[in-house]
Write a protein that binds this ligand. Structure first.
Ligand code: ADP
Length: 440
């Protein structure tokens, strides 16, 4: 007899001799968690492992109804263990087939302490299978379970950790957004403060410039009048004319300065707006050139004109356009050296008229160009070259051109010269708007 055959024989011999009580012992000792139920759900058997896992004692549970031994945890209002298990056991009876249940939370009563029942949280993966009698009727139900509490708790912990991480991430995002917002607000606040400080400085400069410019002609008038009053008899006709001329030009400068101050307060008003009438630019520009003849001659500036004679009529406020052109022309003369050339050009460009004034003067330092249209601003080189300036001319000019829907800009290079461009729409902004809306 070979070795394999011998083992089989021993097995057969042993099993055929096993008494029934040994089977009971074997069942009770299997490592799995098993409970044997009658069709009316009375407990008739339990493996040691099951008793251990459920904190129960065999003698105390055998013969008892299942749900008397294992009721729902009364402290858990959501407990569904009894209902689910009942449904599954009924399924087994009805379908005569094993029924696998979803993982259940089914808390286990702890051994009695202080006379009231306490429960231990447990999760189970149960399987209920039928045992048939000789008539194929369900005689018993094997209720086998796997305790998955640790696994579920681990999963829950993982889930909780994930949730906490997510919450932290959200909080972090919120915190970061708040920080960014605060930083932005701080930056805006600082910028505001800086701008206010700059305006303060510019205002202080302006007061100094204005008072200096007013004082100079006033002193000149005072000095000339005193000479005329006290010394007239000793003065020749020519000398007298000279003093009168001085008084006149000083007076003119004061008037011009005060006009500038009034202009600035006008364009600064909230309801400032330009009006419009039908005008033809060439005579207006020529008038400005004529009015500036003294300054042009005094500095021996050569002015070249290239004004398109076929310019269309346009809608604009003639007083304002005069003011804009005058400010820019006077600047070109003021910031040029004696004998230099200023080129004035006027042409049509689509629906706009573009006036250009180009000089070869001191130019504007690159780093100061951005501030040129700011109120009271004067570039460093301009201050050195000419004390005669308030830094408001371009501010006013830009306010007027902007209001009329035009554009004022320049190109400049220090010590090489500047070209200023005034672009004005031919159609007045309000008429243009009406037409665009199909109303005009
Ligand atoms: P200001 O009375 O000082 O001329 P504006 O507002 O007319 O004031 O001009 C502002 C500043 O822009 C001037 O002080 C000067 O620094 C600069 N600027 C304007 N036009 C010219 C130009 N044609 N060439 C050089 N710098 C100019």
């Amino acid at each position: 007899m070979d070795k394999r055959k011998r083992v089989e024989n021993v097995g057969a011999k042993t099993s055929s001799k096993l008494p029934l009580s040994v089977y009971r012992n074997i069942f009770e000792s299997v490592p799995g968690l098993y409970l044997i139920l009658t069709p009316d759900f009375t407990i008739v058997g339990a493996s040691d492992a099951y008793l251990k896992a459920t904190n129960t004692i065999r003698e105390k549970i055998l013969g008892k109804p299942l749900f008397e031994v294992f009721p729902d945890n009364p402290n858990d209002p959501h407990a569904t263990g009894v209902a689910n298990l009942t449904a599954s056991l009924h399924n087994v009876l009805r379908k005569k087939k094993p029924d696998t249940m979803a993982v259940q939370k089914y808390d286990i009563p702890l051994p009695k302490t202080n006379n009231h029942k306490e429960f231990e949280v447990r999760y189970w993966s149960p399987l209920n299978s039928p045992v048939f009698d000789s008539h194929k009727k369900v005689a018993l139900i094997i209720h086998s379970v796997i305790d998955v509490t640790e696994f579920i708790e681990l999963e829950q912990t993982k889930q909780e950790q994930l949730e906490i991480t997510e919450q932290l991430r959200e909080q972090n995002k919120l915190f970061q957004a708040q920080m960014e917002q605060t930083a932005k607000e701080l930056e805006a606040h600082e910028k505001n403060e800086r701008e206010l400080r700059e305006i303060d400085t510019l205002k202080a400069d302006f007061v100094e410039i204005a008072s200096h410019q007013l004082r100079t002609p006033l002193t000149s008038i005072k000095w000339s009048t005193e000479e005329l009053l006290s010394n007239r008899s000793n003065l020749s006709k020519q000398q007298q004319d000279h003093y009168v001329e001085q008084i006149h030009s000083s007076n003119e400068r004061m008037i011009a300065l005060i006009r500038e101050l009034l202009d600035i307060s006008k364009v600064d008003q909230e309801n400032f707006t330009t009006s419009a009438e039908l005008v033809w630019l060439p005579p207006i520009l020529n008038q400005v050139l004529e009015d500036s003849a003294i300054q042009i001659e005094q500095k021996l500036i050569i002015v070249n004109q290239d004004i398109d004679p076929n310019l269309p009529m346009m809608f604009f406020d003639p007083v304002q356009i005069r003011l804009v052109f005058q400010n820019i022309l006077i600047n070109a003369i003021k910031y040029s050296s004696p004998g230099q050339t200023v080129n004035v050009g006027v042409k049509r460009q689509g629906q706009d008229i573009v006036i250009s004034v180009a000089d070869n003067g001191c130019g504007i330092p690159k780093e100061q160009q951005a501030k040129v249209f700011s109120k009271f601003f004067r570039a460093d080189n301009a201050r050195e070259l000419s004390s005669d300036g308030t830094g408001v001319g371009l501010y006013i000019a830009k306010a007027i051109v902007d209001d009329a829907g035009g554009k004022l800009w320049f190109e400049s290079s220090e010590n090489k010269g500047s070209t200023f461009y005034i672009k004005i729409p031919i159609r007045y902004k309000q008429f243009a708007k009406k037409e665009d809306n199909g109303q005009g």
